[in-house]
Structures are given as C-alpha cells and as structure tokens.
Design a protein around this ligand. Structure first.
Ligand code: PMP
Length: 362
C-alpha cells in the first residue's frame, strides 16, 4: 500500500481509510452499475439511493427530527455567511445577533452587515479569542431575527461546550469544524451549516440542516439559487449537486455508525485531544492558546517560546511524517487538527515528537 503520513491539516482533512479504499474500489464502476458515481445522472435511481442514504445517515447520527430539512448545497460555509442573512434577516426591520468567538464568526458578521441590521451580542476580542462568552456576557435581543454562533473556531481552537440559551430566538450555527464530532441536540438550533471538508467528506458539499418553519419567513423574490426554499422543495436537486461529495459523505456516515455513532466518536475525540493537551500542560515550553474550559477537541492550538522555534517545530515535524501543523497564517503558532478520522496513533506520535523537541530546545 502507498505510505500514508499523519495529516494534521485543518481542512480539507484526513478521511477514514476504509472510506478511501471503498471509493478506490468503486472508482471505475459502482457494483452493478458499470459506471463511476461521477458519471451517472444526479436524477438516476442509483444516485437517488446514495443521496437518500446520506441524508438518512446524518438523520440517524445527529438525531435530526422530521421537521428539519437536510440539504447538500455548494459554495462552502462561506456562501452560508451570505445566504443566511439574505433569507432570514428582514429588510427594513429586525436585526440579527452575532456572537464572535474567532476568525470565522467575524467573516460571517462581515457578510450579514451587508444585508441588514446586525448587533454584536458578544465579541471575545478582549480575550484574544481564547474563550466563549458566559451567559451573563451575552447581550441578546429577544426580538432578534436569529442568533449566530460558531460552534468551533477552527483557527483559534475554541469550542462551545453547550449552546447558549436563546429562548424563542432561532439559533443558527456554523458547525463546519465540529459537526458529527460529538452528539448535538439539533432541536436547540433552527439552522446548522457546515462545509463537509473536515468531518464529513471532501470539499464542495455544504450541509445545511434547516427547521421547516424558517422557510415561511423567507422574503419573496430572492434569486432562485440563493433561496433556501428552492433547495428544500427540490430535495437539493434544483441544479446538479456535488454527486461525488455526497457519495463520500454517505460512506463517512456509514463509517461513523460502525465506530459506534457520535457518543463513541466523542469519547475517542476526548481521549485523543487529552493526550496533546496533557503534553502542552506538562511543561512551560508549550503554551495552549484556548482557555481550558473552551479547548477544542478538533483543533488543538499552542505556542512555543518563539516564532523561530515554531517554524523549526513545524518543519521538523513534517520531516518526521507529521504534516500540516503550522498554525493559520493569521494567528501563527502550531495547530493540530485531529478530526474524527485522525487516528489516535497520530496524536501519540505528536506527543512523542513534542517531548523530544521540548527536551532538545527547552
Ligand atoms: N467556518 C468555519 C468554522 C471554518 O472552519 C471554515 C473553513 N475552514 C469556513 C467557515 C469556511 O468554509 P468554506 O471554505 O467551506 O467556505
């Protein structure tokens, strides 16, 4: 077999090996079809079966109730930064609350401002985006059109442990980097969206889980492709979806079920992250970025005593088969992204490398 390294990339990220192997086996021909999934109509029975299975897989894993639509769109989570306010922020009245816990929340806010009135319910800039707000720090408007949060800030490595209480105001979440990493009470949210390329599959598919009643609020006359109703009414088949991406997502859901579902995945993710956080806490050489209570299970961020040492760390790690550890260019430092498909052995290898690097350079 071709050698595979430990891939700490923040996304697109490592996929489960059995999923890649099955895709490889079926690359030239799906069993009984004689063509690859990329070569068949998105309106064929074969693709319909895959599509329905992918939706059902997510419904089973996340416990998504019947009054929510499961949509597979394109344009990434970034297009949702615009589509959500376009659909849900009424022109000339009402405003939306945004909670800013890091870089992606800021990007969502930037687009919402172009659409309508926005209020910042909390901005954790003063903490250098090391934590999420406590309930008393949130300035929530009980008449807001919705509240937007980022469940896991991929760049800073800051994750909400439980969703904020927003009463009757619909809660909207960008869950791009922690979707399906742990159980989630979908009923607490009105809309959940996520780019697939971290925990669900390849880039090019965006999952949108939207509660049915939200569709009633959408203004008439929106551009067809930007209107959530188009995609809900046409079961994500108004235009050609990313058929390959949905096929891989379906395989990933099946793999997740084989792992024991999201509760089992959560336990494994906690154990994996703990190994690295323990190594950070073991010496003064490493400094974790996130406050303990907000530490992400998906993106472990930390600093070394100097940027010079951080560069050296990332370089030597790559040479040792630990790739993708350089922090995001906007914040620097080191970031170990350890999504569902990232193996525990890779975390153990990183911990060993950290011990050795700290010993030599500390
Ligand atoms: N939100 C979060 C939390 C992300 O991590 C990312 C991508 N890293 C995005 C949004 C943007 O996603 P996309 O590239 O799919 O537009």
């Amino acid at each position: 077999m071709t050698e595979r390294i430990f891939n700490f990339s923040a996304g697109p990220a490592v996929l489960p090996l059995p999923v890649l192997e099955q895709a490889q086996r079926e690359m030239l021909s799906l069993a009984g079809v004689g063509m690859s999934v990329m070569e068949i109509s998105h309106r064929s029975q074969t693709f319909d079966d895959i599509h329905q299975s992918a939706k059902q897989g997510l419904r089973d894993l996340l416990g998504i109730p019947d009054n929510y639509h499961v949509l597979f769109l394109q344009g990434g989570a970034s297009l949702q930064f615009s589509m959500i306010p376009i659909n849900l922020l009424p022109a000339g009245g009402g405003s939306a609350d945004y909670v800013i816990t890091g870089s992606w929340g800021k990007k969502a806010l930037k687009e919402a401002k172009k659409q309508g009135a926005v209020s910042i319910a909390a901005d954790m800039a003063d903490s250098r985006y090391t934590r999420v707000p406590e309930a008393h720090e949130l300035k929530l408007d009980p008449r807001a059109a919705y509240v937007h949060i980022t469940t896991n800030e991929t760049i800073e490595g800051v994750e909400w442990q439980t969703e904020p209480e927003t009463g009757d105001v619909p809660l909207v979440a960008d869950a791009s980097s922690d979707i399906c990493s742990r159980p989630m009470d979908v009923t607490k949210y009105a809309l959940i969206y996520a780019g697939a390329q971290k925990n669900l599959g390849p880039s090019g598919v965006t999952l949108v889980i939207i509660r049915d009643d939200l569709l009633q609020r959408i203004p008439a006359g929106l551009h067809t492709m930007l209107d959530f109703r188009t995609h809900a009414e046409n079961d994500s088949l108004y235009n050609t979806p990313n058929t390959w991406g949905i096929y891989i997502l379906d395989l990933v859901c099946k793999w997740l079920k084989e792992q024991g579902g999201l509760a089992a995945m959560h336990r494994e993710n906690q154990a994996k992250a703990q190994l690295i956080y323990d190594a950070i806490d073991a010496t003064d050489f490493y400094r974790g970025h996130a406050a303990r209570e907000a530490r992400s299970l998906m993106n472990v961020t930390f600093r070394l005593p100097s940027e010079e040492l951080e560069r050296q760390f990332a370089k030597e790690a790559t040479a040792a088969g630990l790739d993708g550890l350089k922090g995001h260019r906007s914040v620097g430092g080191i970031r170990a992204s350890i999504y569902n498909a990232f193996p525990r052995a890779g975390c153990e290898a990183l911990v060993e490398f950290m011990r050795e690097f700290g010993r030599k350079n500390g």
